[in-house]
Design a binder for this molecule. Structure first.
Ligand code: Q46
Ligand code: ZN
Ligand code: ZN
Length: 326
């Protein structure tokens, strides 16, 4: 296996490019693909102050590293979600990268600062963990960007992520979600601009990038990710890709080029007010995040199991008792 560029020993094949790459030319390919995405979709300006949403996983550490290599002024930001060993390991990987690279990492610890963690907070707020987590992270990334005077928030969503989301939205014809799925979300109504520079690179390439660069990342999936529909969509798309290399790239990028405009909806942001509690832009008096914090930190009713009363029909008579915990 020889590098298609220099004929040296190759370490990776990329079937959709019908090419092999040595470490040096593979790194160059990754940087070039990110630079092309940034240029094609007008993601960043050279002088922008960039805040990278870091999870400790391969994608966010790779995109942070690539942006620094490309000369951008990029700081990282991580939220300690309180998901047991997964969260502590994520934070350690992010810190280790920042120290090694001499980069600046901002941190917010959810349990310490807001009084809840994702597993318990989600239960208390009667949301799925990923819904509570997504809302929390979006709010805290926006807040960190606005408070810190950053021009843009970068996330590590890669081609596999975006193609899987698109696949799910098309499968169920969620036209409203389709209208909002884009590699760039412009700043609006007090929310910062958000961009996804990895939309031309897949998961496998990002894992290889980290290995070649010696970046250690958390390999385990979040334990709350089980049942995430996107994992099934990724498997389905991988099966198609195996038979038809490049299908995933075409599915996503041709959608952007040829069909996305048909679903775009004008965002009504002119009359956004601000949250009475935290000042974030929102259309109600209290923003969704502050409502989540309130519910996640309010003691919840405890449901006791069925009690058997003497003589009661146990198949139909299953009383539950709700009471407030202290
Ligand atoms: S961290 Fe959070 Fe993910 Fe875990 S709880 Fe779900 S959303 S799966 S990216
Ligand atoms: Zn080479
Ligand atoms: Zn608020």
């Amino acid at each position: 296996m020889k590098c298609t560029v220099c004929r040296g020993p190759a370490i990776i094949d990329i079937r959709r490019h019908n090419a092999y790459f040595c470490p040096e030319h593979f790194l160059r390919l990754c940087r070039d693909q990110v630079a092309k995405a940034i240029k094609d979709f007008s993601m960043l300006e050279p002088a922008d102050r960039v805040l990278v949403a870091v999870s400790g996983g391969k994608d966010s550490l790779a995109v942070w590293d690539i942006l620094l290599e490309l000369g951008y002024r990029a700081d990282g930001f991580i939220v300690g979600l309180g998901i047991g060993a997964y969260s502590s390991s994520s934070t350690q990987h992010a810190r280790a990268y920042a120290v090694r690279r001499g980069a600046n990492l901002l941190e917010v610890d959810l349990p310490t600062t807001y009084g809840y963690d994702i597993p318990e907070g989600a239960k208390a707020a009667r949301r799925t963990p990923c819904s509570a987590c997504g809302l929390t992270k979006r709010h805290l990334f926006d807040k960190a960007a606005v408070d810190g005077g950053y021009d843009v928030v970068v996330t590590g969503h890669n081609l596999d992520d975006e193609a899987a989301v698109l696949f799910g939205n098309v499968l169920h014809w969620h036209t409203d979600y389709l209208g909002r799925q884009a590699p760039v979300l412009p700043a609006r109504g007090g929310f910062p601009k958000k961009v996804k520079p990895l939309v031309r690179l897949g998961e496998r390439e990002m894992a290889a990038y980290c290995v070649v660069r010696g970046i250690e990342y958390i390999v385990e999936e979040c334990p709350m990710a089980e049942g995430n529909r996107h994992l099934h969509y990724k498997e389905a798309l991988n099966a198609v890709e195996a038979r038809s290399p490049g299908a995933k790239f075409d599915f996503y990028h041709r959608y952007l080029a040829n069909a996305a405009a048909a679903f775009r909806v004008a965002e009504a942001d002119d009359d956004l007010g601000s949250c009475e509690r935290c000042g974030a832009p929102c259309s109600n008096e209290i923003c969704a995040f502050c409502r989540l914090v309130e519910r996640a930190t309010t003691p919840q009713p405890v449901t006791l199991g069925p009690r058997r009363r003497r003589g009661a029909n146990t198949t139909t008579d299953r009383p539950t008792i709700e009471e407030r915990t202290p």
